[in-house]
Design a protein around this ligand. Structure first.
Ligand SMILES: Nc1ncnc2c1ncn2[C@@H]1O[C@H](COP(=O)(O)OP(=O)(O)OP(=O)(O)O)[C@@H](O)[C@H]1O
Ligand SMILES: [Mg+2]
Length: 485
């Protein structure tokens, strides 16, 4: 996006200031947050505006100027209070009581056109009481990476926060993991909620079950509304959270996403995915693929994600035990594996072209697919895209024709696993009528876009920004992601 010419205007006409804000969290009282002020930046250059989410806020994209974004989300004019939320969390297995919004705040909560409440939360907006000596800032590359991850995951069908905007702020930052000095940005995230597992953990740490209960009532009222009025709404809340998280992890696993930092302060109480730091999409199927260079023991590697999220849910039982019967909590968590497996199976079968596959061979196909992908180390995303690209009704005629026009898979007769896979896929295709093959082809295309947000792809759009401030490749990549191509 070319930052368009900006013009002065009266801030009272800024459409971001007249949205349906609700002081939902603020009204809980100041046990949960600290009021903070935003940093003042030397520069404000709008680098990204997410026009795709504006209609959901009831805004007409044509009527929102770049200056509106900058005054609201770069200069933070006209909105108060800005709230740094308090939370703790288990980080790489260790409890950390010195956390909280250290480089962000809750800008506001908005009732959107879908009737849901959304949080606008910042990242890189200055120091707070929780900065722990940090500079309160976000690097430009960090902003670029989070914008890309959120859009990519959203269009792949993952339940995720989105970025509303990202503004370059003109500071020189020093970071150990980027060539420094490096450029700065402030990002505004739109999420279903910024209440984290760690928000409850902090209240437990301070032995305040009264505050935990008040917060849980708030969570149910806003994010689990259908449970209001149920006699055992607290137990039902936990059971549903377990389901939401299990399904979220299944979504990550199917699209080949490794979050990288699954600390309990990065787990949302609504079951939404957020905080995209050192994440990566897996290049090939490697269970031990680890995205964060500082994750020395592979704690949060790709295949550990289901068990780690289950563990995080178990840790959340400690603060919830003051409100929910431990037996109910245990029963809720016991369903995690089942929810995960059902969702993962269904999503993977979709990637293979099947909306519903009740044949006994379904699991065999899934296992064989994973085995082939792991043994061959063929590109994970590339393989599914190639299936979609080369799909032909002829695949029903004989196994040797399955994917025979693709040059990324082994030639027929050269790989026993792949040959077995072709035999099975061919067999399953023959369960369907000829007319149904169009549906399979369409499902393959819908589920497996060509554009995969692999690290080299991110670097290929970052490099022109870094070298010559050329944002065109970044804009083009986002357009491709948003069009599902
Ligand atoms: N540059 C920084 N200055 C101050 N605090 C920071 C900085 N970077 C991270 N933190 C704080 O360190 C903790 C862990 O950071 P983490 O990267 O998980 O969160 P975050 O990315 O800053 O925010 P979010 O979880 O909302 O995406 C948080 O309390 C965060 O506020
Ligand atoms: Mg975080």
């Amino acid at each position: 996006m070319n930052p368009a010419e900006t013009h002065n205007q009266n801030n009272s006409h800024n459409p971001f200031l007249t949205l349906n804000y609700e002081p939902a969290l603020e009204s809980l009282g100041n046990d949960y947050y600290d009021e903070v002020v935003a940093a003042e930046f030397p520069q404000h250059i709008l680098r990204w505006r997410n026009d795709a989410v504006l209609p959901c806020l009831g805004l007409d994209t044509q009527k929102v100027t770049n200056e509106d974004f900058i005054t609201a989300f770069g200069k933070f004019q006209g909105r108060k209070p800005l709230l740094a939320l308090r939370y703790h969390g288990y980080q790489f297995g260790e409890y950390n009581s010195r956390l909280g919004d250290g480089r962000g705040f809750l800008y506001g909560q908005v009732r959107a056109t879908d009737g849901e409440l959304y949080d606008f939360g910042t990242k890189g907006s200055g120091t707070t009481p929780y900065s722990r000596g940090g500079d309160g800032m976000l690097t430009l590359k960090g902003g670029v990476r989070e914008v890309l991850a959120a859009e990519a995951l959203h269009y792949l069908g993952v339940r995720t926060s989105r970025c509303l905007t990202m503004i370059e702020t003109g500071l020189a930052l020093w970071r150990g993991d980027e060539p420094s000095p490096t450029r700065s940005s402030v990002m505004v995230r739109m999420s279903s909620s910024h209440i984290r597992f760690g928000t409850f953990e902090r209240l437990h740490f301070f032995r305040r079950p009264d505050l935990s209960k008040k917060l849980l009532d708030h969570v149910i009222e806003h994010y689990y509304r259908h449970l209001l009025g149920e006699k055992d709404k607290y137990a039902l809340f936990y059971a549903e959270l377990v389901k939401r998280i299990a399904e979220l992890v299944a979504q990550w696993m199917a699209v080949g996403f490794c979050h990288a930092v699954l600390n309990t302060d990065n787990m949302s109480i609504t079951g939404e995915s957020f905080d995209y730091g050192p994440y990566a999409f897996i290049p090939t199927y490697d269970p031990y693929f680890t995205a964060a260079y500082f994750d020395y023991y592979r704690r949060y590697c790709y295949s550990h994600q289901p068990s780690i999220c289950k563990l995080n849910l178990e840790l959340l039982q400690e603060p919830l035990k003051a409100i929910i019967d431990p037996g109910d909590l245990a029963a809720g968590l016991a369903s995690f594996n089942k929810y995960y497996q059902v969702k993962y199976r269904s999503l993977m079968l979709k990637k293979l072209g099947f909306e519903e596959l009740c044949y006994s061979e379904a699991d065999e196909l899934l296992n064989l697919t994973i085995k082939f992908l792991q043994d061959s180390q063929i590109g994970y995303h590339e393989f599914f895209y190639e299936m979609a690209r080369t799909f032909s009704p002829k695949w029903r005629d004989e196994p040797a024709l399955v994917m025979s026009t693709s040059d990324i898979v082994p030639a027929s007769g050269t790989s026993p696993i792949f040959d077995d896979w072709c035999v099975l896929y061919h067999k399953i295709l023959n369960y369907f009528d000829l007319e149904h093959l169009d549906v399979i082809s369409q499902t393959l295309t819908n589920q497996n876009p060509q554009t995969a947000l692999l690290r080299p792809v991110i670097e290929s759009v970052w490099e022109p920004i870094f070298q010559e401030d050329n944002w065109q490749p970044f804009d083009e990549l986002i357009k491709k992601i948003q069009s599902g191509s």
